[in-house]
Design a protein around this ligand. Structure first.
Ligand code: PLZ
Length: 450
């Protein structure tokens, strides 16, 4: 029996844009699903919001009990355009009726090539570029490393403190945080080196100082001659929405260029209008050799890409890159619709507007509450870091209590950060302003009660 039998059939922007709780969270239907989940789904797969989703769109998520929640997470930065964006739905439906799969490596089709052409044009830099498509962010990162190693003939890879790059074996090695991502899952891939990045709120370093520190570590502990790639999230996501100090990224990228090291920007979370620019690299003044993308690329369909300098992207022998589903036709159709919307619907401006709203409200709270140690971000990728005001130490207990209170009141917020003391805001760009304000009212109220 399905618990969604009498639930609304359509998501998308037509859903009433209100927060409405008609049961406690979880309501009885959601609880029934979560009981089935506990019995049928691996305990390793967690969830943050204890509901059974039936539809979503604009700035809300509906559950099986008739509750309507404000969405400030976008499914972890995926539904930037809003859930079930009409153009994405139409493109997927039309493609599903034509063909669902051939395997691009067996018999190619136009939409894959068109997505590659768009990515080559939209990603930072006006040099000649090529792309390859995959299914997930982790898979894109794995392939970027493969390509960089093949191109350079070197094997070492640098990743940074607080980095998150995925859950596959290589990307676990590249990810910094042990719990929950790595603990007990080793051994990990070799020849990965961790280097300090730039975390202005905690390290107090200028961009130049942080870059000098990273470069010294790379030169002394690895040696440029051994280094295939430096991999970095231009704005770190899971690690705490850390925006590096000015100049850090360009200096590291320059050093890479001078030493034949491939500079890979992981824009899986920060890409596609999220930061108020098409890519965070555009904002931070850096042109990467390779860029990995996923999440927002296809309006919720699973798709990922590596895009970069044509000579580097062509380093692999034919047949060296691929995968059964990479660049699946439904995902490519969705991506073409999504990329068109990013380019033509003033979404960069919308992300900046929502970012201003978020930062203004959060700074207002910060002015009266010293536990809000730092408010930071770019565009609609904003975070608040919670600390013990006496010591500056991270306060994960407060963070988790406030986030849980928000969810219980019908506002989906996500936490992040190495120390678990950051609440991040990733609203869909389709959220109405008043709903975002209401979500922040709920946060302010939760904070005042903890
Ligand atoms: N690189 C920068 O943010 C995914 C993961 C959440 P996949 N981030 C959300 C979780 O707990 O699994 C991410 C990212 C950056 C790579 C990835 C990996 O992308 O599509 O999840 O594989």
């Amino acid at each position: 029996m399905s618990i969604v039998a009498d639930a609304p059939v359509h998501g998308g922007p037509g859903i009433p844009q209100t927060r409405r709780l008609v049961t406690e969270l979880s309501g009885p239907r959601s609880r029934a699903l979560l009981d089935r989940k506990a019995a049928a789904v691996s305990a390793g797969v967690g969830h943050t919001v204890p509901v059974a989703v039936t539809a979503a769109g604009g700035g809300v998520i509906l559950d099986a009990d008739g509750n309507s929640l404000i969405d400030l997470g976008s499914g972890i930065a995926v539904t930037t355009l809003g859930n079930s964006h009409p153009a994405v739905v139409e493109a997927v439906q039309a493609q599903a009726a034509r063909f669902t799969h051939t395997c691009f490596m067996v018999s190619p089709y136009e939409s894959y090539v068109a997505v590659a052409e768009s990515l080559n044009r939209l990603t930072p830099g006006d040099h000649a570029k090529k792309s390859a498509l995959f299914n997930s962010g982790a898979e894109a990162v794995e392939n970027a490393v493969k390509i960089a190693r093949k191109h350079t003939g070197r094997s070492a890879v640098v990743a940074f403190d607080h980095a998150y790059h995925g859950r596959t074996n290589l990307t676990m090695a590249l990810t910094a945080k042990s719990m929950p991502y790595k603990s007990g899952f080793g051994p990990f891939a070799p020849d990965i080196y961790r280097v300090s990045g730039s975390y202005p709120f905690r390290d107090g370093l200028t961009g130049a100082q942080a870059a000098a520190q990273a470069i010294t570590t790379m030169e002394k502990q690895i040696g440029a001659d051994n280094l295939a790639a430096v991999l970095i999230e231009p704005i770190q996501g899971e690690g705490g929405f850390i925006v590096p100090a000015d100049g850090f990224l360009p200096l590291v990228a320059d050093w890479c260029r001078d030493h034949g090291v491939v500079f890979i920007a992981d824009e899986v979370q920060s890409g596609f209008a999220r930061t108020g620019a098409m890519f965070a690299c555009d904002l931070l003044g850096v042109v990467p050799d390779l860029v990995t993308t996923a999440k927002g690329i296809a309006g919720g369909m699973p798709l990922a890409a590596v895009t970069g300098r044509a000579d580097i992207m062509d380093a692999s022998h034919t047949g060296g890159l691929g995968g059964t589903y990479g660049g699946n036709p439904l995902a490519c159709a969705a991506a073409l619709a999504a990329l068109d919307a990013y380019e033509h619907d003033d979404l960069l401006e919308r992300a900046r507007h929502l970012g201003d709203l978020l930062q203004t409200r959060l700074r207002d709270l910060q002015a009266h509450d010293p536990r809000l140690g730092d408010v930071r971000g770019a565009g609609a990728m904003v975070a608040a870091e919670f600390v013990d005001p006496a010591t500056g130490d991270p306060d994960p207990a407060l963070t988790s209590a406030v986030a849980k209170a928000c969810v219980a009141a019908g506002v989906v917020v996500l936490t992040c950060g190495t120390y678990g003391n950051v609440i991040r805001f990733l609203p869909p760009l389709s959220i109405p302003d008043d709903l975002l304000h209401e979500g922040l009212d709920v946060l302010a109220d939760a904070l005042s009660r903890h």
